[in-house]
Write a protein that binds this ligand. Sequence first.
Ligand code: FES
Length: 106
Amino acid sequence: MAFTPVCKTNYLSEGDWAPFIVAGEPIMLVWPDGDRPRAYQGLCPHEDATLESGIFNGRLITCTAHGWVFDSRTGKGLSPPGWALEQYPLRIEDGWIQVDMEMVLE
Ligand code: FES
C-alpha cells in the first residue's frame, strides 16, 4: 500500500466534504454524519461529471448533472441502484488524512 498525505485532519469536519487531486486523479474526501472520513472517486460513474459540483447533505451524495444519488457511507448508488463510487483506503496518521490510490475497496 502507498498512502499519500492528502490534508491535515482539521481541514475536514464531520458532515463535510472536499475535493482533492491525488496521484493526478480527482477524489472527494467525504465525512458522513456519524461515520468516519472516506475517500471516493471525484467523477460520477454515470457520465464523469465532477462530484465537486454536486451536493452532500451529510448522508447522501447527489450528482447534480443528472441527479444520481449515492450513500456516502458505502458509495453505493441509491438512485439508480447497481452503481457505486470507487472507494479508496483511507487512514489517519500523524494528524494527516492519507489515501491509497493504488487500491479500490469492495
Ligand atoms: S454524470 Fe452524474 S448523474 Fe449523470
